[in-house]
Structures are given as structure tokens and as C-alpha cells.
Design a protein around this ligand. Structure first.
Ligand code: AMP
Ligand code: ZN
Ligand code: FE
Ligand code: FE
Length: 277
């Protein structure tokens, strides 16, 4: 029997991934994963399609989300797992992000137009995108129009923080995001701590009431995880792992490249099935 692996971090067409929720669940089965959570940016639109597919294909699917938060002006991604997808606190924060993204995308499009790169809002819908539209969609529309050659170059020049067409839009704090996840009965996990690269922000996050940390991420080597594993042990936090698979959008990363082992997955699954307040 193959080793138990559950990938708790991937993106569907409801945010900036290229596979539908059902296709992600099918791919997880093909890869012999035993559990999956789709963690789209700021939306839970992938559910219930993903939950239905999980039941049909006999793989445990746990509701997940990757919220965009900010600590001061520093972007921080927070994973939520095992919440009630109907919970008001979750659906309300997703709705606020939807408005934030509309405002911000509009501002970015205006900046691009003023620099001779007009795009129509309709140009942003890729792969039938129906949930969170963000900068990766804008980057791909820019490629289709011939304004840039690659997604990284679109970010480097125009879309990164401080880039020529960047706009921030409203921001939501880490604390507000934690409250929403906990209010919906979920567990809150610091996403890819390796990528924060700001000690002040990292140290502050470690003082907040998270439940876990994504110590295993994409293809980061095990020595890059050690700090996070030690912290998780000190705090009795969940140690999760996920690939951050986006399909064709990030072709170098495959589903299951990092994973969550069975004992942790079982505890998160048990929490989801019988949430403790
Ligand atoms: P958004 O959610 O609209 O702010 O876009 C953030 C997403 O853009 C991240 O989750 C990444 O998937 C992607 N991204 C951020 N920086 C870059 C970059 N330099 N090159 C390519 N993709 C990026
Ligand atoms: Zn993404
Ligand atoms: Fe992220
Ligand atoms: Fe992600």
C-alpha cells in the first residue's frame, strides 16, 4: 500500500488555477493521494463541486481557502480548513474580498490603459474563471494582447507591489481573517512561511492564535522546514503540507509535491466532521 499523502493546498478555476474542482479531485485520485483540500484565493466557490466529486471518487475532501491578508502593508496568506462552507463569517469575508478585487482590478486596468495597454474586464476571464479574479489573470490577458511575454515579466514590470500598474485596494488584517476562519468553525494555518521573508512580520504572526503552519511547501527542501517544525512542536500547532498546485499557470509544480501525513490529516478531518467550539 502506498504512503498516505493529502495535499492541502491547490487552486482551481475558481481562482487562478487551470483545472476545475472536479478535475483536481480526479487528478488527486490518479496521483494516489488520500486527501485533498482546494484552497482558492479568497473564495470557496469550488465547494460543493469538490465535495461531491470527493464522495463519488472515494477520496476525503476538506473545505479550504487561502485568504489574502495584510500585516501593516505586508501581504500574508492564511489558509483556513474544515470550516462550515455555509458559515456567515466565511461567506461574508469572501464577499468583501470579491468587492476588493473588483475595485483593485479596475484600478490596475486604468493604470495599464493610461500606459497604452488597454484591457477589457472581459479579457480577464480565463478557463471560465468564475470566482476570484486577480493579477495572474491580468498578466495572462497582457500576454494574449502582446503587451508582455511571460507572467513573471508582467509582475516584474507592472503588477508587483510598487510596479508601474500596481494598485493595492482595500486591505484586511490578519486578526480579522483569523476571526472569520474561527467564527466559521475552521482551523487557521500560516501559509508558506518560507515566502514571508520579513522577520518582523513572521515573529508577529507567531504570537497570534493560529492553529497550524504549512511547514511542507511545494519543493522546498526539508532543511527549509526545520524552523517551522520546531515552532509547531513548541506551540502544539498542526504541521500541514501542500503543493500550491495551479495547473498550467505554474507548470513546474505538480499536485502532491508536498503533503500532509495521515495523523494530521485525520485530526483536521475529525475537526471538520465534529467541530469543537
Ligand atoms: P492576487 O491574489 O491578485 O494579489 O495575485 C497573487 C498571486 O499572483 C499569487 O498567489 C501568485 O500565484 C501570483 N504571483 C505573485 N507574484 C508573482 C510573480 N512575481 N510571478 C508570477 N506570479 C506571481
Ligand atoms: Zn495563486
Ligand atoms: Fe499563497
Ligand atoms: Fe496558494
Amino acid at each position: 500500500m502506498s504512503e498516505f499523502r493529502a495535499d492541502l493546498h491547490c487552486h482551481s478555476t475558481f481562482s487562478d488555477g487551470s483545472l476545475s474542482p472536479r478535475q483536481l479531485v480526479e487528478l488527486a485520485v490518479t496521483k494516489e493521494l488520500k486527501g485533498l483540500s482546494i484552497s482558492d484565493h479568497d473564495t470557496i466557490g469550488a465547494y460543493p463541486e469538490a465535495l461531491t466529486a470527493g464522495l463519488e471518487l472515494n477520496i476525503n475532501v476538506i473545505p479550504g481557502v487561502e485568504f489574502s491578508a495584510t500585516d501593516g502593508h505586508h501581504p500574508v496568506h492564511i489558509l483556513g480548513y474544515g470550516f462550515d462552507p455555509k458559515a456567515d463569517s466565511i461567506t461574508q469575508l469572501c464577499a468583501k474580498h470579491h468587492d476588493r478585487r473588483n475595485q483593485r482590478n479596475q484600478a490596475i486596468l486604468e493604470r495599464l490603459a493610461s500606459q497604452g495597454m488597454p484591457l477589457d474586464a472581459n479579457d480577464l476571464a480565463i478557463g471560465g474563471a468564475k470566482g476570484s479574479i486577480g493579477r495572474p489573470h491580468i498578466a495572462q490577458a497582457m500576454i494574449r494582447k502582446g503587451y508582455v511575454d511571460t507572467v513573471p515579466n508582467a509582475f516584474k514590470r507592472y503588477l508587483r507591489e510598487g510596479g508601474q500598474a500596481y494598485a493595492s485596494g482595500p486591505r484586511f488584517s490578519v486578526e480579522e481573517t483569523l476571526e472569520a476562519i474561527h467564527g466559521g468553525g475552521g482551523l487557521a494555518v500560516i501559509a508558506h512561511p518560507h515566502l514571508i521573508q520579513n522577520e518582523r512580520v513572521t515573529n508577529r504572526l507567531l504570537t497570534l492564535p493560529f492553529d497550524g503552519i504549512e511547514a511542507y511547501y511545494a519543493y522546498f527542501p526539508l532543511d527549509a522546514c526545520e524552523r517551522w517544525l520546531k515552532i509547531a512542536a513548541q506551540k502544539d500547532w498542526f504541521i500541514t503540507g501542500g503543493s500550491d498546485f495551479h495547473g498550467d499557470v505554474k507548470p513546474n509544480i505538480s499536485l502532491g509535491s508536498s503533503w500532509t501525513p495521515q495523523d494530521t490529516f485525520d485530526r483536521i478531518l475529525a475537526h471538520y466532521r465534529s467541530p469543537v467550539s
